[in-house]
Design a protein around this ligand. Structure first.
Ligand code: SF4
Ligand code: SF4
Length: 421
């Protein structure tokens, strides 16, 4: 697409990146066919092609209004459009730039700014988030339904560290003696409070394969929350903090950085891109991104017979509907891997219609766009539950809790299925 950027952005790194992306779009509109918001609203400006056009106008210096912001806000950043696009348009990178610019050129009302600042602060502090979650849980029945549904019905209290997990059971004690390999794991910001059992299960499963999974104490939020709420400088600060926390382990030979939440994995795999202009961190960020693996990518390459889940306990639910998070299938372009692992382990993976579509969770989207988010969740759950699964499995904490809040069927992280045996 022919593009002539305005003076305020033309000679900046953002401008050069945006211009290259805009030029790669041929305006064919194929992407609209798989865009969730276009499917729901049927408005060109709520599809990727229309949003790209809005961003082009903005970056060319045309007036930016609340309407521009509204259509960019309604985007889930699911990146389904990237998977569909035949021209390789990097929409996810463009919308990050577009959101940063629109925030500066058309500031939000104070109430919206306050809510976003509160989300960034509250979600990224595991201690604060955990305390708020416990408080909310204790008065759950008194809360308005809009707030109540963001709280899981029960919060597991058995959060384990690697060492306590390994030391707690005879099997694990036996396994700990044979942990000859070491990988890092990101605890993240929300998952430790919402679903501590996920990383505990990952540790037990990997320990049975001889892999010691360790968390660096000073690592925290991957930066995705800031990045998607148009705070790129704060996002980069989080990335640098994590790199500093992981670097000593990498120097000691940790062979991978394992992500148990695909939303975090999608972001950490792009640290190299985000910090490419930072002389002090560019090389380290590229190395970190290169070492980052979704948990499924680690298990795909291992001999899983040691897990002994192939002859499943008759009481173990076997009929599974799997929801592949957008951050896995579109963001990381990892598709079919978890389904393959679960099938090899003896589970029956039920067909799910529209499995390419977002469930409506999308980070903070379910809070900021509750109506669209709710419509997408209802559509997703209808498809997931259509063939009578015993369990729904997913690979991202956001999708897991969002779906669980309205599902008739329990929703779990897929690694817990391999942990059951
Ligand atoms: S983003 Fe891709 S699919 Fe969409 S209009 Fe542009 S070239 Fe076509
Ligand atoms: S990221 Fe998702 S919601 Fe946004 S334009 Fe692309 S397909 Fe549509």
């Amino acid at each position: 697409m022919q593009t002539t950027l305005a003076d305020f952005i033309r000679d900046t790194a953002q401008g050069q990146e945006a211009e290259a992306i805009l030029r790669s779009c041929v305006h064919c509109g194929f992407c609209n066919a798989t865009c969730p918001t276009y499917q729901l609203l049927g408005d060109e400006l709520d599809g990727p092609r229309g949003r790209i056009y809005l961003m082009k106008q903005m970056l060319e210096g045309q007036p930016v209004t609340a309407v521009t912001r509204l259509h960019l806000d309604r985007c889930l950043t699911c990146r389904n459009c990237e998977t569909t696009c035949p021209s390789g348009v990097q929409y996810g990178r463009l919308i990050d730039i577009g959101r940063d610019v629109v925030e500066r050129l058309s500031p939000r009302p104070a109430a919206e700014r306050l809510l976003r600042a509160g989300l960034r602060k509250g979600l990224q502090s595991p201690v604060l988030f955990g305390s708020l979650l416990k408080l909310g849980q204790s008065v759950r029945s008194l809360l308005p339904s809009a707030l109540r549904e963001h709280l899981p019905a029960g919060i597991p209290t058995h959060s384990h560290s690697v060492q306590s997990d390994i030391q707690d059971s005879p099997d694990a004690r036996e396994a700990s003696a044979t942990l000859t390999r070491r990988m890092l794991v990101l605890e993240g910001c929300v998952q430790p409070a919402m679903a501590p059992e996920t990383n505990a299960a990952a540790r037990r499963v990997l320990a049975r394969l001889g892999i010691d999974l360790v968390a660096a104490p000073n690592a925290g939020c991957c930066g995705a929350i800031d990045q998607h709420l148009a705070a790129p400088d704060a996002a980069k600060a989080a990335m640098r903090r994590n790199i500093d926390a992981w670097w000593p382990y990498i120097k000691q030979g940790c062979e991978a950085i394992v992500m148990t939440a695909s939303g975090c994995g999608s972001t950490v795999k792009e640290y190299g891109h985000h910090l490419r202009h930072d002389p002090a961190y560019a090389a380290k960020a590229a190395r970190v991104s290169g070492l980052t693996r979704d948990l499924s990518e680690v298990l795909r390459d291992e001999d899983l017979s040691a897990l002994k889940v192939f002859a499943l306990n008759p009481a173990t639910p076997k009929r599974i509907a799997f929801h592949p998070p957008c951050s896995l299938q579109h963001g990381q372009q990892v598709r079919g891997v978890i389904e393959g692992i679960l099938t090899r382990a003896g589970f029956e993976l039920l067909p799910v219609d529209e499995s390419y579509l977002c469930c409506g969770s999308a980070g903070t989207y379910s809070v900021l766009q509750p109506e669209l988010s709710g419509q997408l969740r209802a559509r997703k759950l209808s498809n997931l539950q259509a063939r009578g699964p015993e369990l729904i499995a997913s690979a991202n904490i956001g999708c897991q809790t969002h779906l669980a809040a309205a599902s008739d069927v329990p929703v779990v992280h897929w690694i817990s299925l391999l942990d059951r045996g």
